[in-house]
Design a protein around this ligand. Structure first.
Ligand SMILES: NC(=O)C1=CN([C@@H]2O[C@H](COP(=O)(O)OP(=O)(O)OC[C@H]3O[C@@H](n4cnc5c(N)ncnc54)[C@H](O)[C@@H]3O)[C@@H](O)[C@H]2O)C=CC1
Ligand SMILES: N[C@@H](CC=O)C(=O)O
Ligand code: NA
Length: 433
């Protein structure tokens, strides 16, 4: 059989990895897919640089629209990144009847509804395993392996850059800036790493996971997002002292009133699975009513780990591209006409335990006043430490039991107005995953 023909948009970290893996494992991949998968055209910014990588047999252009409109191409692989141009390219590819493989979570989190609808109308596939947790087959697991379950929650470390930064700060005492620079050099970070460190990249991935776990539309704008830029060394050290580690977690969970969708730094017990996921590794826990808790662990970023997912999608599409569209796995795991309109809960309604750190005058009665405020808000204290500080101040840290966020915020506002307060209250969430 003739090879299936691929147009590759982007030959950077992931595009280059995809080229390498397809070439190196061509024979094995062909045996799995049933035919060879051949990259026949590449679109890049720098044609000369790409020529040095792919040699003379592949057509190279700096106009990606030429590739998505090329009649010989069956599958377009989008590895350019960004939203505006990538959206236009994907819609054009779909309009020309191409199947699409993409690693672009930003694009799908923001324009997924439009893109998946266009693809379904045209009867083509959009696959995006590389877009969530890189090489970990988490989309395959949720879309196919776990479909018997009512999924209760998904939680995990789904950004390699921030996990690398937190690990390096903790274990090798690197500064934030040094660790970020290393993550960029290693190819983990986004072109603009703001998306990583502000939690946006993790929220884009979590939005896609929530959609597939619960059968709800892709709603990135409703995700609650807090990154790691405000974390202080003091909190990293205090967490460790208390027997916790701080990780940037994505958490989505069913509640009676709706679905939690949140990304924020989180204290997790130091002996838990997630606390021990280090460097740029990712790990996702999925809890289903039948299967219980399952764990998916591996490299969530970088050249070939991400390419592993891109090429797996290419093989899937190659096997299925002539199948009746109705028999393919739905893009978002649920049939498009069976998506549920379950509300996403505002962060105020989220339930968690909390870490509250503050500086106070070291005088009698302070602890009692704070404990009373927490109790008035219905918040019970799990544990508390007090440490002397300079200038006669005391550092207090409370760990609370489960409480609703709005009650915690009300209590914080009252506490901050008290006359003995010498700092604002630092509030972090604590989870037992
Ligand atoms: N780097 C990683 O570990 C991961 C990246 N991703 C996603 O993969 C995608 C690509 O990321 P990277 O490979 O890291 O980016 P990169 O910056 O290394 O590569 C981008 C490539 O796109 C090309 N390009 C950019 N604008 C273009 C244009 N207008 N026309 C033609 N070509 C153009 C560049 O020449 C370059 O070859 C992004 O959506 C990213 O979010 C997903 C998972 C992991
Ligand atoms: N920038 C992302 C790359 C993979 O999605 C990350 O650090 O996880
Ligand atoms: Na993946």
């Amino acid at each position: 059989m003739e090879p299936i023909k691929v147009g590759l948009l982007g030959l950077g970290v992931v595009g280059g990895g995809t080229w390498n893996v397809l070439r190196r494992n061509a024979e094995e991949i062909g045996r799995r897919a049933g035919r060879q998968i051949e990259i026949v055209r590449v679109a890049v910014r720098d044609v000369a640089k790409a020529r040095a990588k792919v040699g003379a047999d592949v057509q190279i252009t700096d106009d990606a629209f030429e590739v998505v409109r090329d009649p010989q191409i069956d599958i377009v692989v989008e590895l350019i990144g960004g939203v505006t141009l990538a959206r236009e390219l994907l819609l054009e590819a779909i309009a020309h009847g191409k199947h699409v493989v993409t690693a672009n979570k930003a694009l799908l989190a923001m324009h997924g509804t439009e893109i998946f609808e266009a693809a379904s109308r045209k009867g083509v596939m959009i696959t995006f395993e590389a877009a969530v947790a890189g090489g970990i087959p988490i989309i395959k697991a949720i879309r196919e392996g776990l479909t018997a379950n009512r999924i209760e929650w998904v939680a995990g470390i789904i950004n390699g850059t921030t996990n690398y930064i937190l690990s390096e700060m903790r274990t090798n005492k690197l500064t934030f800036a040094q660790a970020l620079q290393q993550a960029q050099q290693l190819g983990y970070a986004e072109a603009d790493p703001t998306a990583d460190i502000q939690g946006i990249d993790a929220a884009q991935k979590l939005t896609l996971l929530a959609s597939m776990a619960f059968g709800i539309p892709v709603q990135f704008s409703k995700a609650y997002i807090e990154g790691i830029t405000q974390l202080s060394d003091e909190d990293l050290e205090t967490a460790q002292y208390l027997g916790y580690r701080i990780k940037l977690l994505g958490i989505t969970r069913r509640r009676a009133q709706g679905i939690e969708l949140r990304v924020h730094p989180t204290l997790v017990p130091a002996n838990s699975i997630l606390a021990n996921v280090e460097d740029a590794m990712n790990a996702v826990l999925v809890n289903g009513d039948a299967v219980g808790q399952t764990l998916y662990y591996g490299k969530g970023a970088g050249e070939e780990p991400t390419a592993s997912a891109v090429v797996a999608d290419l093989i899937d599409v190659t096997r299925l591209h002539t199948a009746d569209p109705g028999q393919r796995v739905p893009h978002l795991a649920f049939q498009p006409d069976a998506m549920a309109d379950i509300p996403i809960l505002p962060i105020d309604e989220v339930v968690s335990s909390y870490y509250l750190r503050m500086m106070v005058d070291d005088v009698p009665g302070v602890l009692a006043d704070i404990a009373r405020e927490l109790s008035n808000a219905g918040i019970s204290i799990g544990s508390m430490i007090q440490q002397p500080s300079e200038q006669g101040y005391a550092r207090l840290v409370f760990l609370t039991h489960s409480a609703q966020e709005q009650a915690v915020n009300r209590a914080i506002a009252s506490i901050e107005s008290m006359p003995f307060m010498r700092s604002q209250v630092t509030r972090l969430r604590v989870e037992e995953f």
